[in-house]
Design a protein around this ligand. Structure first.
Ligand code: FCB
Length: 459
C-alpha cells in the first residue's frame, strides 16, 4: 500500500511551528492490542487472554486472538510507517511469547518474531523503541499473585535480560513498563483491566513491585550495556479549586510513580493517606535505591487532565483508592469517543511541571492521541476531529519546549486501530483504519496530515 500525495489534507494555517532539530516523530502500539496470533509459535496465555474470556469484562466479548494480525502482517505495517516517513516506532514485546509461563529459558520462536520486526524496521530506516511490559503478564505469574507478589519483579528483570540479549545489538532505546498506574489501580483496585481484581489494599503492593521490577530490569539492562533506558508513565495534570482534593489525586496519579523513580522516595502524604490500606511493609531496605537508578528518558503518555472537586459524602473512585469526598466533574469541553475531555493545554502544563519538579531527565511523549467514531467513505477516512486533536496537542508540546521543557520526541497513539482493552474493538485510536473483517489498512486523513508534519518537522 502506498499513499499518494494528492490525498493529503491541507494543513491548517495557524502559523508555522518548527520542532528542534533531531526531534523524533513516530507512532506507538502494544503487543496484545495488535499482534493476534495468540497461540502461534509457543506463546503462553497472558492475563489479558484470561480476562477477555471472562464474561462481561470486555466489550462484546472481544479478545486479542486475531486483533490486527500484525504478527503476520508486520511487513505491510512497516511499509505504511515508511510511507508516512516515521523516524521511530514504539512497540511492546509480549512476555508470554518469550517465556510462555513467565520464567525459565527463552522460547526462541517468540524472539524470532521480534528479530524479524526489528530488522524490518531498520530496513525501512525506522528506529525501534521497545517497551518490555505493556500489560500482558504471563498467566502463570498471576496465578502466583501477579504484581502483588515480589517475585514477579525478579522474573521481570530476568525476562528483560533475555530480550536484551537477543535484540540489544539493534535496539538502543528501552522502556521497562508502560503505565504502571493502570496495571496497579485498574488491574488490582478497580478490576476494570486484567487481572480484574478488586483489592485496593493490594494495589499498593502492586505499585511497589511494578516499580521494583522497573528498577531491577533497568539495572539488568544497564549491566548488559543497553543504550537508553526509561519508563513510561500516564500522567495527568489535576485541576480544581480544592487544594486537598487536587493533592490527593495528584499523589495517586502522578507523584506515587514520579517520586520513587526520580527522587528515590514515596511522597509522604501518599504514604500517610494509604495507611488505612497498607503498612507499606512490602518496601524493603534498598528497594528505593534500586527503583531510583538513573534513567535516560521519561516516557510521558498524555490524554487529558483530571478535574476534581471536594464533595462531602462522595464514595471513593475505585481507580483512586482512598479518594472518598472527591468528585470528578466532567468539564464542559469537547470530548473524544472515550468521553475524555479535549484539553491540550494540560500537556504544556504537564511537560513544564516535569521539567521544573524533576529536572534533568529528557522527556519523550510516548503516547498521545484520540478515539473518534471514524467511517470509511470511498476509501478515505475524514477524521478531522483527530487532526484537530493532534494539531492542538503538538502546539501544546511546542509551547512547553519554548518554555524550556527538554522534550525529545512525539509518538502518536496509535499507528493502527486496535484492541482497546476493556472497550474491545469499539474504540478506534489509529491514524490508520483497520477493517477487522478483511484486515485492510486505510490511512486516515490524520495519517496523511501527520506525514506532512513529520516531513517538515513541524506544523
Ligand atoms: C493507554 C494505553 C494504550 C492505549 C491508550 C488509549 O492507557 O497505554 O495501550 O490503550 O491508553
Amino acid at each position: 500500500m502506498t499513499i499518494s500525495a494528492e490525498k493529503s489534507p491541507i494543513l491548517k494555517d495557524s502559523g508555522p511551528l518548527r520542532f528542534p532539530e533531531g526531534f523524533v516523530w513516530g507512532a506507538a502500539t502494544a503487543a496484545y492490542q495488535i499482534e493476534g496470533a495468540a497461540r502461534d509459535d509457543g506463546r503462553g496465555p497472558s492475563i489479558w487472554d484470561t480476562f477477555s474470556r471472562t464474561p462481561g469484562k470486555v466489550h462484546a466479548g472481544h479478545t486479542g486472538d486475531v486483533a490486527c494480525d500484525h504478527y503476520h502482517r508486520y511487513p505491510e505495517d512497516i511499509r505504511i510507517m515508511g510511507d508516512l516517513g516515521l523516524s521511530a516506532y514504539r512497540f511492546s514485546i509480549s512476555w508470554p511469547r518469550i517465556q510462555p509461563d513467565g520464567s525459565g529459558p527463552a522460547n526462541s520462536r517468540g524472539l524470532d518474531f521480534y528479530d524479524r520486526l526489528v530488522d524490518g524496521l531498520h530496513g525501512a530506516g525506522i528506529t525501534p523503541i521497545v517497551t518490555l511490559y505493556h500489560w500482558d503478564l504471563p498467566q502463570t505469574l498471576e496465578d502466583r499473585g501477579g504484581w502483588t507478589n515480589r517475585e514477579t519483579a525478579e522474573r521481570f528483570a530476568e525476562y528483560a535480560e533475555i530480550v536484551h540479549a537477543r535484540l540489544g545489538d539493534r535496539v538502543e532505546t528501552w522502556t521497562t513498563l508502560n503505565e504502571p498506574w493502570c496495571s496497579a489501580f485498574l488491574g488490582y483496585a478497580s478490576g476494570i483491566h486484567a487481572p480484574g481484581r478488586t483489592e485496593p489494599e493490594l494495589s499498593f503492593a502492586a505499585v511497589h513491585h511494578l516499580l521494583l521490577g522497573h528498577g531491577l530490569a533497568a539495572g539488568a539492562l544497564r549491566a548488559a550495556g543497553a543504550g537508553r533506558i526509561g519508563i513510561t508513565l500516564n500522567l495527568s495534570p489535576v485541576l480544581g479549586d480544592d487544594a486537598e482534593a487536587v493533592s490527593v489525586v495528584d499523589g495517586l496519579q502522578n507523584r506515587i510513580f514520579l517520586d520513587p523513580v526520580l527522587r528515590g522516595e514515596y511522597p509522604a502524604d501518599v504514604v500517610g493517606r494509604a495507611g488505612r490500606f497498607t503498612d507499606w511493609s512490602f518496601v524493603r531496605e534498598g528497594d528505593l535505591e534500586i527503583i531510583s537508578r538513573p534513567i535516560d528518558l521519561l516516557g510521558v503518555n498524555y490524554y487529558n487532565p483530571q478535574t476534581v472537586a471536594a464533595r462531602t459524602g462522595e464514595p471513593a473512585n475505585p481507580v483512586y483508592p482512598g479518594s472518598e469526598g472527591i468528585s470528578f466533574p466532567r468539564p464542559d469541553v469537547p470530548k473524544t469517543a472515550m468521553g475524555w475531555p479535549v484539553q491540550p493545554f494540560g500537556l504544556t502544563d504537564l511537560l513544564v511541571r516535569l521539567s521544573r519538579d524533576y529536572p534533568g531527565t529528557p522527556l519523550v511523549i510516548t503516547e498521545n492521541g484520540a478515539a473518534f467514531d471514524d467511517v470509511v467513505e470511498a476509501g478515505q477516512v475524514h477524521d478531522t476531529d483527530r487532526v484537530a486533536y493532534l494539531d492542538g496537542h503538538l502546539r501544546a508540546a511546542h509551547a512547553a519546549i519554548e518554555a524550556g521543557a527538554d522534550l525529545r520526541g512525539y509518538l502518536v497513539w496509535s499507528l493502527l486501530d486496535n484492541f482497546e482493552w476493556a472497550e474491545g474493538y469499539a474504540k478506534r485510536f489509529g491514524i490508520v483504519h483497520v477493517d477487522y473483517a478483511t484486515q485492510q489498512r486505510t490511512p486516515k486523513d490524520s495519517a496523511l496530515w501527520y506525514r506532512e508534519v513529520v516531513g517538515r518537522n513541524g506544523l
